[in-house]
Design a protein. Structure first.
Length: 219
């Protein structure tokens, strides 16, 4: 059974605080977070296996396989765009074709956008995101999933055949693009909505402000 593969959804974890007692003094030790659970990398070549059929592979797909969205956005055709790629894998090409045909820019793009927004927030955090940004983190991700993204387009799709550990199957890629300026405007509005009426604790407000100012660096 095939399952559409978007970028993995992050499940926020609660930071565990260890308390040790020495005599009458209590010291709180906060362990360094393990961010490997938040590695939401774009699809790298080493996760594909051996490509055994890549007829007429478009330039954007070559770029995506070797460097993810960032490499696609460096191509001349997409320099003023943000690129998002949905990926699916299976043994039945007809079913994959149907999946690619049914992908909707309007209804499926928000999941891709939300994953990328979440990844960007996590990459800037020095603590676990729930601790770094407080309720803003959850609110921002929910708004990302539930927002509309006017102007997003389903640009292209393509499949390749691969072999991994003696098993052959197909991988299907669907490229969606949106104007860079339009996407940034949507996210800025999302920041404003998400931050309204939130009570921050500690340095959370400062962390959110820093994120707002630098969000598009590396997004």
């Amino acid at each position: 059974m095939m399952a559409p593969r978007f970028l993995s959804t992050v499940i926020p974890l609660t930071l565990i605080i260890f308390i040790s007692c020495a005599g009458q003094n209590s010291n709180v030790f906060t362990p360094v977070p393990d961010f490997t659970i938040y590695e939401l990398d774009d699809f790298p070549i080493d996760n594909i296996g051996s490509i055994i059929d890549s007829r007429n592979m478009p330039e954007w797909l070559r770029a995506y396989i070797y460097g993810g969205n960032e490499f696609v956005e460096e191509l001349d055709n997409y320099k003023n765009k943000y690129a998002f790629v949905a990926v699916n894998r299976g043994i039945n090409l007809a079913q994959l074709n149907k999946w690619a045909e049914n992908i909707s820019a309007r209804f499926d793009f928000p999941a891709l956008a939300a994953e990328r927004i979440e990844k960007r927030m996590v990459s800037s955090a020095t603590l676990y995101p729930d601790d770094e940004y407080g309720l803003f983190f959850e609110t921002m991700i929910k708004n990302a999933y539930n927002s509309e993204y006017p102007g997003v387009e389903k640009e292209d799709s393509h499949w390749i055949r691969v072999r991994a550990e003696s098993e052959e199957n197909y991988m299907y890629f669907v490229l969606m693009i949106i104007d860079r300026t339009a996407m940034q405007s949507i996210i800025r509005n999302m920041f404003a909505r998400s931050g309204a009426r939130i009570n921050y604790s500690g340095n959370q407000a400062n962390a959110v402000n820093r994120l707002r100012q630098t969000f598009f660096e590396g997004f």
